[in-house]
Design a protein around this ligand. Structure first.
Ligand code: NI
Ligand code: MN
Length: 227
């Protein structure tokens, strides 16, 4: 079984069947949704969907302490490499086979500024991740994105889909339901909501709107979902 831990907002931990530990979009210290310290999280790989503060704020402290390899777009990976961290650059549509599984970057429609010191030259496009674990599980982390027609390409390829529902900066609940129609996952995990008043949403109402299209797992910070 793989274990997906929700740390609030857009931060997830993923422990695979073979014990590899991934952290996606590490945002701990400034994250009002979660009390976990970045110092208490283990990582072999750090995946970054895009450069906004609420996705990369704790990437460097976590990489520094753990020695984890950072998987991100070429531009963000180049920045991190310049800071001395091990990286695996990728880009939209491209996948890489890692010991724990195959990771493909998927398109996201959103902003791409890298919110880190001296990073003006490393602005990039945002993305998501489609992760095919060696254990057979297929996880789609949409990242911060609008609803896109591109999501129809994921139909039949995803078991568990993590979708933003916060509205304002990403899809809202109604568009996330349409994304579920496009993707047809077995399980949907909403994220990027209730972190601040600006992205307040009713996850129970979202689950009701998804209805029998998929099972909705509403995770509160530190919840673990096994699949
Ligand atoms: Ni963002
Ligand atoms: Mn965000």
């Amino acid at each position: 079984m793989a274990k997906l831990t929700f740390y609030g907002h857009a931060t997830f931990g993923l422990e695979t069947d073979d014990g590899t530990r991934l952290v996606i979009d590490p945002f701990f210290g400034d994250n009002p949704a979660c009390d976990v310290s970045v110092d208490d999280v283990a990582a072999d790989f750090i995946l970054l969907t895009h450069g906004h503060h609420d996705h990369v704020a704790d990437a460097m402290p976590l990489a520094e302490r753990t020695g984890a390899t950072i998987i991100a777009s070429f531009e963000i990976a180049s920045y991190m490499e310049g800071k001395g961290f091990p990286v695996s650059p990728q880009h939209i549509g491209g996948g890489v086979e890692y010991p724990f599984g195959y990771v493909k970057m998927t398109p996201a429609v959103h902003g791409g500024k890298l919110d880190l010191p001296d990073a003006e030259g490393f602005t990039t496009v945002p993305g998501g991740f489609l992760i095919n674990l060696t254990g057979g599980q297929r996880l789609y982390l949409a990242g911060d994105t609008a609803l896109t027609f591109d999501m129809q390409l994921l139909k039949g390829l995803v078991d568990v889909a993590a979708l933003p529902i916060g509205d304002r900066f990403t899809m809202g609940p109604a568009d996330a339901v349409r994304a579920v129609d496009f993707i047809e996952p077995d399980v949907v995990i909403p994220f990027h909501y209730n972190t601040w008043p600006a992205v307040e949403q009713d996850a129970e109402a979202f689950a009701a709107a998804v209805g029998d299209r998929a099972r909705v797992e509403i995770m509160v910070p530190t919840d673990v979902f096994e699949f």
